[in-house]
Ligand binder design. Structure first.
Ligand SMILES: Cc1cc2nc3c(=O)[nH]c(=O)nc-3n(C[C@H](O)[C@H](O)[C@H](O)COP(=O)(O)O)c2cc1C
Length: 196
């Protein structure tokens, strides 16, 4: 059997804000992944020119982004809570992807919210991942009340920081899990194959 290196974990940040809490939180997730032996990369969507997707239209940066996602053994999707869901920026980036990037890929979910209830964004992302036949960890992490949750070093509350780092550890543990049978949502996802 070919020898495989350490699992590679890629995090996608769904906020373009300069001082993004989502980005800071993902750094903690990736620190947890690295401590578990993984290599790591943060995909900052400010560095890719991904206009709103027009299917069939060539976009220069698309391959750089989707290629980086394809390289991953596990992907962490990080989003700010926007109006009870995840960000449009993240959805647009996911729309550039399909089964080639996500099928049978381990995915961890992370959310940051201004308020106290950061759960719906995670649920919505979970549904999207099912349509792409990703393997989404039951364990998920979120940071509520983001304005007071971070300082320059990261997440201030030790328990919360541990919970977020644990997400990184868990995606590494399950990075190379056996694929599950494909789910019904994915069978009906006629847009996700690269030949469409
Ligand atoms: C357009 C918009 C919608 C938002 N909607 C919600 C919301 O529904 N619930 C919530 O708790 N916070 C909401 N927030 C607050 C953000 O989740 C919060 O400021 C978060 O830290 C932003 O993440 P970022 O720092 O990574 O950009 C919203 C912020 C924006 C800009």
């Amino acid at each position: 059997m070919a020898e495989r290196g350490p699992p590679h974990v890629v995090a996608v940040c769904g906020s373009l804000r300069e001082d993004s809490h989502t980005r800071k939180g993902l750094e903690e997730v990736l620190a947890g992944a690295e401590a578990s032996g993984a290599t790591r990369e943060l995909l900052d969507l400010r560095e890719y020119d991904l206009p709103p997707l027009v299917p069939g239209r060539e976009v220069e940066d698309a391959e750089a982004f989707t290629g980086a996602v394809r390289e991953a053994d596990a992907v962490v999707l990080g989003t700010p809570m926007y109006h009870g869901s995840y960000s449009g920026v993240l959805k647009n980036a996911i729309d550039y992807c399909g089964f080639d990037e996500f099928e049978d890929t381990t995915v961890g979910l992370f959310c940051v919210a201004g308020g106290a209830f950061p759960i719906t964004a995670l649920e919505h992302l979970r549904s999207v991942c099912r349509a792409l036949d990703a393997w989404v960890l039951p364990y998920q992490a979120a940071v509520p009340r983001s304005r007071s949750a971070f300082d320059d070093e990261g997440i201030t509350d030790e328990k919360l920081r541990e919970r977020v780092r644990t997400l990184g550890e868990r995606v590494v543990r399950y990075a190379r899990i056996e694929p599950d049978p494909h789910c019904f949502e994915a069978e009906q996802n006629v847009g996700a194959t690269s030949d469409d």
